[in-house]
Design a protein around this ligand. Structure first.
Ligand code: ADP
Length: 734
């Protein structure tokens, strides 16, 4: 049988651990990813906030530098006394390099009327143009304070600009004119530094004039001076307009999630906004996560490999043990101990298994030996043996002796109901078996042979096998020969007895006549010899009568005249008949008080039963003892008990009391007389009269023999109920 490489348990453990670690890895990956994402987001907000602030500061500083520069120019012009064309031109020429640097869009110098009197880059028709209508110019001239204009379209440049103005004032504070620098929003370097600042991270920078609802600048120059869209079209503007200075936007300008940071430049009404796509974070996280994934995967594979090796090491001895058990059950081959040099639980288990399998093999060998022994006993037994199923009573097995006895082959007997083998006119099989199964009991069965006729067997039975597989083992001993011999013997005894009785009766009669002295008196010696001859011929007659009774009883030829008997009367008769015997033995017979009980029995045979029991009781009682007769009645039965105080019956003999010619002590009997047939006849007589007989006896203390016979209730008689005596320990024969 091919052994599976891994047991299912190992696969389950493997899957469980790998599944758990995979789940753990996925969960921790997910948590880490979320944490990383949130950390990155925080970092980004922090970074962008800082950058945005820097951008604001940079723009502020750039504007400030330019204002300072214009203020310096205004101060220099003021020194010249008044803002005149030559003075303005001289100033421009002297500062051209700085002017080009700070104001590539150029500067204008206006007089106190707001008329252009100087320009850094020549534009046709500009000089002499009056700019006092421009609100910021007008405001600077009237207030004498520097200012920065709102973004406007340059009149001559035709491009979006802002204008920075610095008033030229004399020592008395009178406004002499104005120096105005122009910053072209589309191409000016004002925001370059700020934009560059944000270019480090992939963000977009917007500068919005929220007061005037336009883009001041953006990374896309085309947007400059464009009106800001409605809030509905731009989540960013909606957030800004609602006063938020930072936050996350879903499906924003970049199409995904965006982070925005806004800083105000209140003096200008501008707002500097940086916008970063969150995708940047995920893009940065992805390599980290895939790195983690690869490391996790490698770890996972290593774990799986380690687990496979470990489980293989753990499970292989167990699989081997399971394999051994299978082979053990199939009885394939001798089991070799599994080699293992481990001291862990698996080691202990396998070690215990090795011991168990060795013991099991040893037991199996012993069992086999015993089975072989039993088999040979079964096969070679001189008794025929059959095994029956306890429930169906079918034949399971028959030994060779049985097949010889019955003539059937073992195959033909197997599976056959045993009852089919019973010859007719016998009690049913269960009743016979019950008799055969009693301890030390047996029954006689006549079994049919294959080729005709039957064989008489003495059958003893025993229950064998396991509790859930009980079988009946029947030993069949052929007793045909014995029965034939017994029959011959009985026939012989019967014939001899018959032949002897007639001459013996005549001898006995003659002797009685002689001994009675009616003829003439005998000499004393002859008289005693004749007396002995009479006594012996009387005993011989009694023996022959007993033998003939037995013969009749066994042949079922004894005719009984069952009739209603008055028990009191019967007991009186018995006492009268045995009075001389009792007197001789100096034993007193004690009858129960008359009670009017009636039984159904044959009068002559009932007297014979009483005579047997009473004569035995008298015979075995010491002189001066009392033999008592007691009666007990139930509704159905009358029980008669003969109680003596004699020597009792030896325990070893008690089982044989009712057998023929059985005597406890042959020597003593010879002194006391008796044939050993009395109780056998009594037993048969009681049974023939539908009664039961039994006894209990304690050696040294006496015996109690009881007889139960059917009770007859005279009409209109109420039978007093009296409990049957407890016959504990008494041997009953029904
Ligand atoms: P027997 O004619 O020898 O008395 P029984 O069949 O009547 O034959 O009795 C058989 C034997 O049983 C007796 O020999 C005796 O050993 C024993 N036995 C019978 N009755 C008694 C008794 N009452 N007390 C002691 N032993 C008894």
């Amino acid at each position: 049988m091919k052994q599976p490489r891994y047991s299912r348990l190992a696969i389950k453990i493997l899957l469980l651990i790998l599944g758990a670690s995979l789940l753990q890895a996925v969960l921790s990956g997910w948590i880490t990813q979320r944490a990383l994402r949130s950390d990155m987001q925080d970092l980004l907000i922090e970074q962008q906030t800082r950058i945005n602030r820097n951008a604001v500061q940079l723009i502020d500083r750039e504007l400030d530098i330019r204002q300072q520069f214009l203020a310096t120019l205004a101060a220099q012009l003021a020194l010249s006394g008044r803002a005149s064309y030559p003075a303005a031109q001289r100033l421009i020429d002297s500062q051209r390099a700085n002017i080009n640097h700070y104001f590539p869009g150029g500067i204008l110098i206006l007089n106190d009327q707001g008329v252009a009197i100087g320009e850094s880059t020549h534009v046709e028709g500009r000089l002499g143009t009056r700019y006092a209508d421009r609100p910021h110019i007008k405001q600077a001239l009237s207030s004498g304070q520097p200012n920065i204009s709102k973004p406007i379209m340059g009149r001559t440049l035709n491009a979006p600009i802002i204008s920075i103005s610095a008033p030229v004032k004399n020592a008395r504070g009178e406004v002499l004119g104005l120096v105005a620098g122009v910053i072209e929003l589309e191409r000016e370097n004002l925001f370059d530094a700020a934009v560059n600042l944000t270019l480090g991270v992939p963000s977009r920078l917007f500068v919005l004039d929220t007061t005037h609802q336009i883009y001041v600048t953006a990374t896309d120059p085309k947007l400059a001076m464009q009106p800001l869209p409605d809030s509905a079209d731009s989540p960013l503007l909606a957030a800004l307009r609602s006063g938020q200075s930072s936050g996350l936007l879903h499906n924003s300008e970049t199409g995904g999630d965006d982070l925005f940071i806004a800083d105000d430049m209140p003096h200008l009404g501008w707002r500097v906004v940086s916008l970063t796509a969150l995708k940047q974070i995920t893009d940065k996280l992805d390599p980290i996560l895939s790195q983690r994934l690869i490391i996790g995967l490698i770890f996972f594979l290593l774990l799986a490999l380690a687990l496979v090796l470990l489980l293989r090491r753990a499970m292989n001895p167990l699989s081997a043990a399971a394999h051994q058990i299978t082979e053990m059950m199939e009885g394939q081959r001798p089991i070799q101990p599994i080699r293992i040099d481990r001291t862990d639980e698996v080691g202990h288990l396998v070690h215990a298994f090795n011991q168990l399998s060795q013991r099991q093999q040893q037991q199996a060998r012993e069992l086999q030996r015993e089975r072989d022994l039993l088999r040979s006993q079964f096969d070679q037994s001189s008794d025929a043996i059959v095994l029956l199923d306890v429930h169906s009573l079918q034949i399971l097995e028959a030994n060779p002796q049985c097949t010889r006895l019955l003539g059937y082959s073992a195959e033909r007997l197997r599976g056959r109901p045993f009852a089919e083998l019973l010859a007719g006119d016998q009690p049913p099989l269960p009743a016979l078996l019950q008799q055969a199964m009693t301890e030390a009991g047996h029954c006689i069965m006549a079994l049919l042979r294959q080729f005709g006729g039957s064989v008489h067997c003495e059958v003893t039975g025993a229950s064998v096998g396991l509790p859930d597989q009980r079988q009946l083992m029947l030993n069949l001993r052929d007793i045909s020969e014995r029965l034939r011999n017994e029959q011959l013997k009985n026939d012989f005894v019967s014939t001899v007895s018959h032949e002897l009785r007639t001459p013996l009766t005549s001898i006995y009669g003659s002797l009685r006549l002689v001994n009675s002295g009616v003829l003439h008196s005998q000499p004393e010696q002859a008289a005693s010899l004749l007396q002995a001859a009479e006594e012996n011929s009387q005993r011989l007659t009694a023996l022959i009568n007993d033998l003939l009774d037995i013969d009749k009883l066994e042949a079922g030829k004894l005719e009984l005249k069952l009739q209603q008997l008055d028990l009191d009367q019967q007991l009186q008769d018995a006492r009268r008949l045995l009075a001389s015997t009792a007197a001789e033995a100096e034993v007193r017979l004690q009858l129960p008080a008359p009670h009017g009980l009636h039984i159904m029995a044959d009068p002559q045979r009932f007297q014979q039963v009483l005579a047997n029991l009473l004569s035995n009781a008298i015979k075995f009682s010491p002189p001066g003892a009392v033999v008592e007769i007691a009666t007990q009645a139930t509704e159905q039965q009358v029980r008669l008990v003969v109680i003596d105080q004699g020597e009792g019956i030896p325990l070893a003999f008690q089982a044989n009391v009712f057998k023929r010619f059985a005597q406890a002590d042959a020597t003593a009997t010879r002194q006391r007389g008796g044939t050993g047939l009395g109780l056998a006849i009594t037993h048969s007589l009681v049974r023939a009269m539908h009664g039961a007989i039994g006894f209990s006896s304690t050696p040294g203390q006496g015996s109690q023999f009881w007889v139960s016979l059917p009770r007859v209730l005279p009409p209109n008689t109420y039978a007093p109920r009296s409990a049957a005596p407890d016959s504990n320990g008494s041997k009953a024969h029904e």
